[in-house]
Design a protein around this ligand. Structure first.
Ligand code: B12
Ligand code: SF4
Length: 472
């Protein structure tokens, strides 16, 4: 079958970061393994390709699979209508985080026969078998949302436990042997900086055992991981076959299994792999240990992000984040001492948060020996406990451009006051000679003079001055 998989993402000024469509590469790799020689699979990405280009290339598709997050819900709806209009004989299937978040509510927004929720590999395989003349019925396929009068969700499918045995390498070649790869490499990726222009994202574990109320649950609340050997085999493969040296890890809790983390680092050193590693999606800082940070540094870690969010013990509890703080400063110091660029993630505007709590977090962040910090405003997203508790399930907010409009005042301060404080965080944190010197010292020169870096500087300036305008 001709299968086209499309990442649907509206080109956005507010989030310039773009990453290769790892989820689609996993699905393509899986279909190749379990339907060998039966499909011709292509991947498109609307965050880096034009709509016209994608539409023109879909003409002979038997199946079109679309992947989206909530943020791009309204855009997805428009794209889907256009595809349905031009390709009446092709079967459409929807997947990605938006389906896991909305489930049977999905059909309130989208007119599609079938959607796949949560971990997609096994479910998509069964859906494709059905499209390919199989006798299967949606009602017998676990993990789908299908139309039967209204929307029916067939229930959550069991997770894949033997990741090494069942999940093949993602179909990286569909991106890396394609001019499309250049489009990712010339844009800002997830990490604060990269040494080499060329890179690939990796996802070495699935699921997260923590239960933060603002977070989604795509891969279940249980940590499952590829073995250290498999992770290093992926790195070696990408290094020797595609010449890549830079790798961004997008795992939710890469370091949850301490021994696996140690072993991955040891193997990289043992095999003398000369690579640069980045953890832009954060490491769980309270389960880090000094020797682990040192090993990560020796193995080539350049950027390590610490997701701290709030310093308030009350809010840590309310958000069910439950981060223990004793260890954080130490681990940041060890990282910095070992030449790793340390970034902190912080949020303000949490439910019931007071001005004092916000300021405490800002001052705590500014006092940490971090190179950089990303401050954002907590936005309740559909499909999370934060949303159902503080906004209400019936609201359709968050499926489009309005996403970043901080319209839902869930903290003690009105939205414009929270925005004012956000602007203050940038000044408080960055406008210190010591910090600027620290940042420049860890950056490779090639990055300082790159277009990507200039764009980042402009973005920061925009945040500071844009908010100033709004305050007037
Ligand atoms: C890399 C990343 C980014 C990158 C790139 C995002 C992008 N869309 O291009 C950057 C840094 C830009 C980013 C930004 C944001 N992100 Co982000 N990001 C991630 C991250 C860390 C990894 C994504 C990944 O590669 N996963 C690994 C692959 C294997 O998983 P997957 O893509 O979900 O695919 C699997 C299934 O979903 C399914 N599937 C996926 N597509 C399809 C398609 C079909 C047809 C089928 C059948 C199945 C299927 O099968 C796949 C294999 O099992 C995830 C966290 C996570 N755990 O996934 C968050 C995540 C996707 N991001 C999230 C959010 C909230 C955001 C932001 C809104 C943050 C913000 N406030 O600014 C923005 C929105 C950007 C946007 N417009 O999409 C949420 C999305 C929640 C939701 N329901 O929408 C996630 C899940 C984090 C979380 N736990 O809350 N993000
Ligand atoms: S925010 Fe991070 S630690 Fe919390 S549930 Fe989500 S992935 Fe897990």
């Amino acid at each position: 079958m001709n299968i086209s998989l499309i990442k649907v993402r509206e080109p956005s000024v507010s989030i310039p970061e773009v990453t290769p469509p790892l989820g689609l590469m996993y699905l393509a790799g899986y279909l190749r393994k379990y339907r060998p020689g039966r499909d011709n699979i292509r991947i498109f990405d609307l965050s880096v390709q034009s709509e016209d280009y994608v539409y023109q290339n879909l003409k002979d598709s038997d199946v079109v699979g679309l992947s989206s997050t909530n943020r791009d819900g309204l855009y997805l709806s428009r794209i889907m209508k256009n595809i349905q209009r031009d390709n009446r004989n092709c079967s459409l299937v929807l997947g990605g985080p938006i389906v896991s978040s909305l489930k049977d509510e999905l059909f309130d927004y989208f007119d599609v026969a079938c959607a796949v929720a949560h971990e997609g590999e096994r479910t998509l395989l069964e859906v494709i078998e059905k499209f390919d003349g199989g006798a299967g019925r949606y009602e017998n396929i676990k993990g789908v949302v299908y139309k039967n009068g209204g929307a029916v969700f067939t229930g959550r499918r069991e997770t894949i436990e033997d990741l090494d045995g069942e999940i093949p390498f993602p179909a990286w070649d569909l991106i890396l042997n394609n001019p499309l790869s250049e489009e990712y490499w010339k844009r800002k990726s997830f990490a604060f900086f990269r040494v080499s222009r060329k890179y690939m994202g990796l996802f070495t574990s699935r699921g997260c055992p923590y239960k933060c109320i603002y977070c989604h649950d795509i891969f279940a609340k249980k940590f499952r991981a590829h073995s250290a050997e498999r992770v290093v085999a992926e790195l070696e493969h990408l290094n020797s076959n595609f010449g890549l040296t830079d790798f961004e890890f997008y795992d939710d809790t890469f370091n949850f299994d301490k021994d696996r983390t140690r072993k991955i680092c040891d193997l990289i050193v043992e095999k003398r792999l000369k690579i640069n590693m980045y953890f832009p999606n954060g490491l769980r800082s309270d389960v880090l240990e000094k020797d682990i940070v040192e090993k990560l540094a020796r193995a080539g870690t350049r950027v390590m992000c610490f997701a701290i969010e709030t310093v308030s013990g009350r809010l840590q509890k309310l958000l069910r984040r439950n981060l223990r703080f004793e260890n954080i400063r130490n681990m940041i110091e060890v990282a910095v001492k070992n030449g790793i660029h340390a970034e902190g993630f912080f949020m303000i505007g949490h439910p019931t948060e007071t001005r004092k709590e916000m300021l405490d977090t800002i001052h705590f962040a500014a006092g940490l020996p971090l190179h950089s910090a990303a401050f954002s405003i907590a936005i309740p997203q559909k499909g999370t406990e934060l949303f159902s508790r503080y906004i209400g399930e019936n609201s359709s907010q968050n499926l489009g451009e309005g996403y970043y409009e901080y319209s839902s005042a869930i903290s003690e301060l009105p939205p414009h006051e929270v925005r004012k404080l956000l602007a203050y965080t940038f000044k408080k944190f960055y406008l210190r000679p010591k910090r600027i010197f620290m940042i420049i010292r860890t950056f490779p020169l090639s990055f300082i003079f790159s277009r990507r870096f200039m764009v980042q500087i402009l973005k920061w300036l925009d945040v500071v001055f844009h908010n100033k305008e709004k305050q007037k």
